[in-house]
Ligand binder design. Sequence first.
Ligand SMILES: C[S@@+](CC[C@H](N)C(=O)[O-])C[C@H]1O[C@@H](n2cnc3c(N)ncnc32)[C@H](O)[C@@H]1O
Length: 236
Amino acid sequence: MTNKKDSVGSTTRVLRTKVKKKRGLKESSRRWLERHLNDPYVQRSKADGYRSRAAYKLIEIDDKHHLLKPGQKVIDLGAAPGGWCQVAAARTKSTAAAPHVVGIDYLEMDAVPGSAILQMDFLDDAAPARLIEELGGEPDIVLSDMAAPTTGHRRTDHIRTMHLCEVAADFAMSVLKPGGHFLTKTFQGGTENELLDMLKRSFRSVHHVKPPASRDESVELYLLAKDFKGRAPAEE
Ligand SMILES: C[S@@+](CC[C@H](N)C(=O)[O-])C[C@H]1O[C@@H](n2cnc3c(N)ncnc32)[C@H](O)[C@@H]1O
């Protein structure tokens, strides 16, 4: 046992959990489990009542970039198990009686107070209209933490998640209110120039962010596009 300052800033007595080598448990899985059990964000998410350690990524990004404000309408793509919905609902002061945060995931998840949840594939043609219908209007913010299930083949995983990122960007640009923001998960080296250029044309500022809760060794990165310029009026 040691006293140390953890990466989320608090001084704690650290009792490291060791996961023993067992027959049938792959070494990579043993290492993942050991790292997960000793992760200060995982421990803190349990104490703070967040569904995921991912909640801290949104908290850290929002603390720095001030996106979420009371009363805003928010769409959360890839919402399960619900950490981002919890943060968005709390910061926009969304209530269970009149939720203005809507999350979507094809995985089943428990209800999040202040959020409406659609269990549906975002790539389904009907998803965009269902999201707007559920929200009752255009969003101020579109969040996407969607990640494709890992196949073990890094390149395939990368391509699939980048596809989700592009579809999310298209969606955001077709529904956001002028002045709205778009935050999406992406990968280092993964954002296609075409997508970046398109976002730069449509938003007043676009940049990559890596919150401290996103592990250094992970290629995960977030792309933050702020202040949507709006859509050209439809031609008659
Ligand atoms: C990293 S997790 C999101 C964690 C979440 N932000 C939180 O704080 O709890 C990524 C999620 O994206 C979802 N996802 C991936 N592809 C999707 C799709 N096509 N439609 C809906 N959800 C999708 C996965 O099911 C997974 O739950």
